[in-house]
Design a protein around this ligand. Structure first.
Ligand code: IPE
Ligand code: IPE
Ligand code: MG
Length: 243
């Protein structure tokens, strides 16, 4: 039997920080801090498992609707985690990219993000995409606007827009779609993550809360993935023979 290759691109909804904390009678911010430690563990573990691209959902378009104090905790933690880990990520040959709207973020934060992207731009052991103020619907609308702008500028008919041209305007338009999607924390939903590019991803949901997620949990997800038969709408024999 042919060896099943592992996922090249893994995308994770890191959910359950708040519940992890409340089960211990701790504040939600402690849960977010522990969640930050889980991020460090998984970023370290991924390249050793032949994962070349990792997309992490850190803050959604809808997370702005949380109490202001929690939003500030999340953004502050994001800044500190980035500051603390940047040089190690760079030394580990990790390339960082942030995806999402930037207009609501402070200028000093966007400068920090730009600097981190520039610092790690030449690295290639792992492409790490952090989705911040990201929403799948926002992404689709901004891609639609780009396409519309292109048509207006070129005087082209709307019929010239096709799936691949449209997909190339998404924020991860230059990146192959996730092979494996993981959501921790027990919910079975997409919560406005990568709506377009998850079309044929394998969807893995686990009850473990994100702060508890570790290399062993990742291995369990990878083992589950190895048992999938990805058909992409074809019948098995054809799907296998075309690779
Ligand atoms: C995930 O944990 C972190 C973010 C959404 C930023 P939650 O904060 O959603 O934790 P739960 O789902 O309330 O337990
Ligand atoms: C999804 O988790 C967003 C992130 C992990 C950043 P949420 O906790 O915000 O999702 P819902 O509210 O349970 O759908
Ligand atoms: Mg949640």
């Amino acid at each position: 039997m042919a060896a099943v290759s592992g996922p090249d691109h893994v995308a994770i909804i890191m959910d359950g920080n708040g519940r992890w904390a409340s089960r211990r009678n701790l504040s939600r911010s402690v849960g977010h801090r522990e969640g930050g430690n889980a991020v460090e563990r998984i970023v370290e573990a991924a390249p050793n498992r032949s994962i070349h691209r990792l997309t992490l959902f850190a803050f959604s378009s809808e997370n702005w609707n949380r109490p202001e104090a929690e939003v500030q905790v999340l953004l502050g933690l994001f800044r500190r985690t980035l500051r603390r880990n940047l040089e190690r990520l760079h030394a580990n040959n990790v390339r960082l990219r942030f995806v999402g709207a930037r207009d609501k973020l402070s200028e000093s934060l966007t400068q920090q993000m730009d600097a981190a992207e520039a610092r790690t731009a030449g690295n290639d052991a792992l492409e790490l995409y952090i989705a911040v103020d990201y929403g799948g619907r926002w992404d689709i609308v901004q891609a639609a606007r780009e396409c519309a702008r292109g048509c207006v500028e070129d005087g082209a008919a709307p019929e010239t827009i096709d799936e691949s041209g449209f997909a190339s305007k998404l924020v991860l338009g230059d990146v192959p779609p996730p092979d494996l999607f993981i959501r921790t924390g027990g919910e079975r939903r997409i919560s406005n993550f990568l709506l377009w590019s998850l079309a044929y991803s394998e969807l893995y949901f686990c009850d473990e809360l994100w702060p508890d997620f570790d290399a062993e949990s990742l291995d369990a997800a990878l083992a589950w993935y190895a048992g999938r038969n990805r058909r992409f709408g074809q019948i098995p024999a054809i799907a296998q023979s075309s690779g």
